[in-house]
Design a protein around this ligand. Sequence first.
Ligand SMILES: [Zn+2]
Length: 180
Amino acid sequence: MFKLNNIISNEQINQSKLSSATDILKNMQSELVSYISEGFGPFLAAIYDENGNLVAKSANTVVKDQCSNHHAEINVIKKAEEHFGSYDLSKYNLSLYITSEPCMMCLGAIMWSGIRNVYYSVPSEDVERITGYDEGFKQNWFDEFAKRGITVYGNIESELGQKVLKDYVLGGNVIYRPQR
Ligand SMILES: [Zn+2]
């Protein structure tokens, strides 16, 4: 595990990758506020190619679609695979940007999509503390992703993301989850 201030990564931290991810995630956090006001869930994901072009973007549509697996990551990976007409995105060297750390389900979806790089804002422990969602159990996933050639950078603009989640909860929006 590599650290730089609050940022954590499973590779030696690359300043230029971090700086472009910071710009993208800052913009996504403010865009997410608009998505929430339109009834989307409080998570946004975007996929960019290696030249910095946007390939696909999607927010969480669990409530809109009444489907428990329509997380932002699942939605955006599906869009990108439709865009390229391929179930294997590895040859396109794509990066996934997410406003919060991926949950247990989405880790699997990312692994099997061929996405090469992952950048996120809010770590799961803060998502759970603020919203009450259950993000699952995900031991050593930074190391497991490193073994599979997937780089991960976390906690980018986390404070900004936490504020968006707090406002979602304060706004009385639905916290969708199964009854236990
Ligand atoms: Zn998820």
